[in-house]
Design a protein around this ligand. Sequence first.
Ligand code: ADP
Length: 292
Amino acid sequence: MVELIMAEIMDQSPNLTWDDIAGLDFAKMAIKEAVVWPMLRPDIFTGLRRPPKGILLFGPPGTGKTLIGKCVASQSKSTFFSISASSLTSKWIGDGEKMVRALFAVARVHQPSVIFIDEVDSLLTQRSESEHESSRRIKTEFLVQLDGAAISSEERLLIIGATNRPQELDEAARRRFVKRLYIPLPDYQGRLELLKKLMLNEKHIITEDQFVKIAQISDGYSGADIKNLCSEASLEPIRSLNFNDIQTIQASNVRSLTVDDFQKSLTRVRPSVSPNDLLQYIQWDQIYGSGG
Ligand code: ADP
């Protein structure tokens, strides 16, 4: 299991900077202060300044939660462990509980460590009658490990849970994630920044004004949607070729991307998050979030 964890779950040197994440200034600042600095300077962050051992990132899918987890590990010079909670209950069936124990053990050996748990809701949902015995055991083990990490002040272990369904977390789970940050859809500035970032290495003739226009009309798109939008647009120059040309054309002769390509892709790629879903996140944030 240790070998499996090191091969599939562990990333010794994630390499990401805060600039790789577009927008989300509030979340980035809150995370730097709450967890990154303390991991770099555990000697200063003691007593009342002691950092939380568990933080929850919640919000619609595709908004950069995984990127943030990776960036925290990278910036705090930590080993990054990333696992999706649903794989614990599906891929590792029967062994899920041992897997959780082994994961925390390996993370302790490689500290400072960041353990990123995607879809944490599927691990920590409210107990139901129909719950499988094995998932019940995984959940119990996970809570035990979280508590263990919270108690020890020496260990440099940070657990980041990510979820698109915060409403499904029970009180026991919420209590263990002391800091709960809403990672919303990108605002206009975030979309503009992301669009430009994604197009940086592409051949295009899109002007500043046109970028502004695209950022304005893509309101409601997640970061992942914006990325799809750009990928879709980038295919347009190829679509305008006929099959023979595709086989023979020099890569440098493929025409530049234009704003028209984006106009087409905007009709094909639609926002993946519904306004109703957004409302639920905002409400949950108001009750349980640590936002400003
Ligand atoms: P989540 O974990 O919130 O579901 P991810 O972090 O996996 O989302 O993001 C999915 C993809 O969308 C990323 O790989 C990245 O390409 C893009 N993306 C989403 N949000 C951002 C952002 N704020 N900055 C840069 N890229 C983003």
